[in-house]
Design a protein around this ligand. Structure first.
Ligand code: KDG
Ligand code: MG
Length: 409
């Protein structure tokens, strides 16, 4: 069997997605996710101009070799654009292998290690009343673990706090990439944040009791000392994890945080390579790997990292926002189901329009996700539906401090 065609699609059903479709000379197709939020066309061009032609006439069964070829032969390794492109090829080849074998991908990865993958939902609110309502809505939907984000007095616009009420059903709006030619500016004040967040977790614990696993995302905004302070002040509220407390480029930052707090730490959604995370795992500076198959080079390297992490009791917590397409999401769900050291999966259901283009096979029942038993990844890409939603430029928002300085987020 040989690869006959490799095509790239950019479509925007609610938000932009980049999809690679590989077709074999036997007519088998495989699909992969190459979406890089806010920089989509760079990956589409990388694939179209530099990768697709390299795939033609190759044997689609050689997943490891193709991965190594794309990674090593380019000389320019790593980086989000390169690794999202390689991820799409990797996923498409696993999809093909599963279809040829007549097996869902998780079976090819060793079979299921659990009945389903426990997922966490997103709750947020501009005040405690709205936050509590939001948590109750998530619990009603079946989530058994909840990420809590909150508005902060003194900060006007804050990323991750729902722009609209959840009951509209269009939940993708929680993490908006704003359409337009310029990113939206938000504001930030670390001292106000550090003062307010522990009071919110105290209130949530008092309202919902000690059992419910609670998570929080710091979006890379703190210095190591500030992150240590937050981790310490959240200890009485027993978080499941504190995510991205410091800028992710600096692995040593987490050493200082770790020395000062027992709050579990999660990081990795912006990582693209095993080299970004290996020291964090080996030195046991983190508890959860937040990498996403889409931005990490696909199933192949993420599986290696999780196997390595198993030796250090570090578990998965794969990034699952709506800018990971249903294909990328399915890819990491198959992996999550198969590995021993599964932790928790972030889950934000895709919008109705997204699901018109990507027909998902997953189920979400009683708080648990399952990728389904359709051969391959279990997602179908509807090219005709995709054509109805042309690319629409969008940017993530960003932060400035009170004096106008650009801040991390
Ligand atoms: O594209 C960036 C978003 O996916 C990210 O900001 C969402 O932090 C996020 C999360 O944890 O889901
Ligand atoms: Mg995050």
């Amino acid at each position: 069997m040989r690869i006959e065609k490799a095509e790239v699609f950019v479509t925007s059903p609610s938000r932009n997605f980049v999809t690679l479709r590989i077709t074999t000379d036997d007519g088998v197709t495989g699909i992969g996710d190459a979406t890089l939020n806010g920089r989509e066309l760079a990956v589409a061009a990388y694939l179209k101009e530099h990768v697709c032609q390299l795939l033609l006439d190759k044997d689609p069964s050689t997943i490891e070799d193709t991965w190594q070829f794309l990674y090593r032969a380019s000389y320019w390794r790593r980086g989000p654009v390169t690794m999202a492109a390689i991820a799409a090829v990797d996923m498409a080849l696993w999809d093909i292998k599963g279809k040829v074998a007549g097996l869902p991908v998780y079976q090819l990865l060793g079979g299921a290690s659990r009945r389903g993958c426990r997922a966490y939902g997103h709750a947020s609110g501009r005040d405690l009343e709205h936050l509590f309502d939001s948590i109750r809505e998530e619990l009603d939907l079946g989530y058994k673990s909840i990420r809590v984000q909150t508005s902060v007095p003194g900060i006007e616009k804050l990323y991750g706090v729902a722009a609209q009420e959840q009951s509209t059903g269009e939940r993708y709006d929680f993490e908006p990439a704003n359409r337009g030619t310029q990113p939206v500016e938000e504001d930030w004040d670390t001292r106000a944040y550090l003062r307010h967040v522990p009071t919110v977790f105290e209130a949530v614990r008092n309202e919902f009791g000690p059992e419910l696993p609670l998570l929080h995302d710091g979006h890379h905004r703190m210095t190591p000392r500030e992150a240590a302070q937050l981790g310490k002040s959240l200890e009485p509220f027993d978080l499941y994890w504190l995510e991205d407390c410091t800028p992710a480029e600096s692995q040593e930052a987490l050493r200082l945080v770790r020395q000062h707090t027992t709050t579990p730490l999660a990081i990795g959604e912006v990582f693209n390579s095993v080299y970004d995370i290996k020291d964090l795992i080996q030195e046991q500076l983190i508890d959860f790997v937040r990498c996403a198959s889409t931005h990490f080079g696909g199933i192949t390297p993420l599986r290696k990292v999780m196997n390595f992490a198993e030796m250090y009791q570090v578990r998965s917590g794969f990034h699952g926002p709506t800018d990971v397409s249903p294909i990328g999401f399915a890819a990491q769900l198959h992996l999550g189901l198969s590995i021993h050291n599964y932790g928790l999966q972030e889950y934000m259901p895709h919008s109705r329009l997204t699901r018109e283009v990507f027909h998902e096979g997953l189920t979400f029942e009683n708080g648990y996700l399952h990728p389904g038993d359709t051969p391959g990844l279990g997602v179908e890409f509807d090219e005709t539906a995709a054509g109805r939603f042309p690319y629409d430029q969008a940017y993530l928002p960003y932060n400035r401090l009170a004096d106008g300085t650009v801040h991390n987020w």
